[in-house]
Design a binder for this molecule. Structure first.
Ligand code: NI
Ligand code: MN
Length: 224
């Protein structure tokens, strides 16, 4: 089954193949959101970390659809107090969910949820047997991305370019070189004043690395 991606703005994506995977839902309070939490009917929700611009609508969507939330052990403990069904994981771990292999990998970032410590931030490799996608989560570049590229061979990377809280355009260019991916989708930029970035600049700069940059419209689905 061909995979279809939707960028919901910021770090939010849906990966739809044989199942519907929603990563980092942030609709309420997102100035550029074109959809709402009510529109989402995922089979599972992946949270890279607990910050509001990633986990903001997870509880609402999870409860409405009965979809479990895959996240760090500590964030899972916090979400369970809100009666959310969770699957806890930490970097290095892999779960098989409806035939989709989801592996948690490290990220260099912080994580809290409603002011409480929420464990380590992470990224995810999603392998739905059609395509392998690496959503880096909020992170800077790090040398181990080379190893992630080698071990998991992702086809596509979704990575932040906004700077300030994460890597910026030049950092993301380095990350692309380390990963050696064919396709990249920039995220986590322009949503807030401190994270202004030019996706076209990113596109130009990675062209020399042979990587195709896809800059999706928010809320529109496209095949990968
Ligand atoms: Ni964050
Ligand atoms: Mn963030």
């Amino acid at each position: 089954m061909k995979t279809e991606i939707t960028w919901h703005g910021h770090a939010g994506f849906s990966i739809k193949g044989s199942s519907d995977i929603l990563i980092d839902p942030f609709f309420s309070g997102n100035p550029f959101a074109r959809e709402t939490a009510e529109d989402m009917k995922p089979d599972i929700i992946l949270l890279t970390h607990g910050h509001f611009d990633h986990a903001g609508d997870a509880v609402k969507i999870s409860k409405k659809n009965g979809s479990p939330v895959l996240c760090s052990f500590e964030l899972s403990e916090l979400l369970k107090k809100e009666d959310v069904k969770t699957i806890d994981i930490n970097p290095g771990g892999t779960v098989d969910f409806m035939g989709v292999k989801i592996t948690a990998v490290p990220a260099i970032h912080s994580s809290s949820y409603n002011g409480l410590y929420a464990g380590e931030a992470m990224g995810f490799i999603v392998d739905n047997r059609d395509i392998k996608i690496y959503h880096t989560g909020d992170t800077t570049y790090f040398k181990d991305m080379e190893l992630i590229g080698k071990l998991h061979e992702p086809d596509v990377a979704m990575l932040p370019i906004g700077g300030h809280y994460t890597m910026d355009v030049d950092g993301a260019v380095e990350a692309i070189k380390l990963l050696g991916v064919r396709k990249a989708i920039p995220m986590h930029y322009n949503t807030f004043p401190p994270i202004q970035a030019d996706a076209m600049e990113f596109k130009r700069k990675v062209a020399s690395a042979g990587t195709e940059v896809i800059i999706p419209e928010i809320g529109e689905s496209f095949p990968l």
